[in-house]
Design a protein around this ligand. Structure first.
Ligand SMILES: Nc1ncnc2c1ncn2[C@@H]1O[C@H](COP(=O)(O)OP(=O)(O)OP(=O)(O)O)[C@@H](O)[C@H]1O
Length: 269
């Protein structure tokens, strides 16, 4: 299912937080949402998932405006893995993942074989099967994050929005998770802070700054030294590795950056 957003606008506390943002993701593609802290990534993901209503603009899943979709129908299509999502209960991992089946179940229907299969598959995909009986309060930060992702996968959505899903994960699980998102073949939008991971796993990236989309395109076209200096205020070298067609960003400490000759900065292209 493709996702298209046209001129989205959202305001909070009297300030425009998402300011005329448009984007488009083809079916099965992965879009990385990048930008400094406070640039509007989480706010944009909440709009896209239908949790907030935009002040202006519209969001289309294929050709359907999500404003016209009943909440339950939207929940069958779209899963959002939120940042810092917490629960006070001590439900087990399996019980939490089972909640992902809610949009698929009629009011009085029992638990089906299909429900069970979806839950077990999601637990296996996220490496949480062995901890399925463990209580939430005893899980590590990374295990909690993987449980939330398993719950989203149990929902069997066509479209996933993930807000910094690699937070708390060790490097093995970061790579595993982003690889899994790719392998699932779902249309995905992922807010990420690690620009090298975005370059490695995303088909395209969109960069936000102060609520505006300031660049979009393939990682190679967007993640240039000049853009990273301008938007993220960092100095870096963008290199390539033979056999890999994505850019590699090597960050420089501020004192090395000052010593560089001006001609060493590559511009966007
Ligand atoms: N409900 C709200 N009321 C007032 N301001 C808000 C509200 N929600 C978000 N903001 C502000 O909007 C801006 C964007 O926040 P958002 O969480 O979308 O950014 P982000 O790019 O996801 O940031 P981070 O990388 O730090 O997670 C921030 O300045 C935030 O304080």
């Amino acid at each position: 299912m493709s996702v298209r957003a046209e001129n989205l606008r959202w305001r909070a506390g009297g300030k425009l937080i998402v300011d005329e943002v448009s984007l488009s993701v083809e079916t099965g593609q992965v879009l990385g949402l990048l930008g400094p802290n406070g640039s509007g990534k989480s706010s944009l993901l909440r709009l896209l998932a239908g949790l907030r209503r935009p002040e202006g603009g519209r969001i289309l899943l294929d050709d359907t405006d999500i404003a016209r979709l009943p909440r339950r129908a939207l929940a069958r299509q779209v899963a959002l893995v939120r940042q810092h999502s917490a629960t006070d209960t001590n439900m087990s991992v399996r019980e939490i993942v089972r909640l992902g089946r809610t949009p698929h179940r009629a009011a009085l229907s029992g638990w089906s074989v299909a429900d069970e299969r979806a839950v077990e598959t999601a637990l296996a995909q996220t490496g949480m099967a062995a901890r399925a009986g463990q209580g939430w309060q005893s899980l590590s930060g990374g295990e909690r994050q993987r449980t939330h992702i398993a719950r989203a996968l149990a929902q069997q959505p066509t479209t996933m929005f993930l807000d910094e899903p690699t937070n708390h994960l060790d490097i093995h699980h970061q790579i595993e998770l982003l690889g899994l998102v790719r392998r699932l073949g779902l249309t995905s939008i992922i807010a990420l802070h690690d620009l090298n991971h975005a370059a490695m796993f995303c088909d395209r990236v969109l960069v936000l700054q102060d609520g505006h989309a300031v660049a979009s395109g393939t990682p190679a076209n967007v993640l240039t030294e000049s853009l990273l200096a301008h938007v993220f205020k960092v100095a870096c070298r963008v290199t390539t590795v033979p056999g890999q067609d994505w850019p590699h960003i090597v960050f420089l400490p501020p004192d090395m950056a000052r010593d560089r000759a001006p001609g060493q900065v590559r511009t966007a292209g």
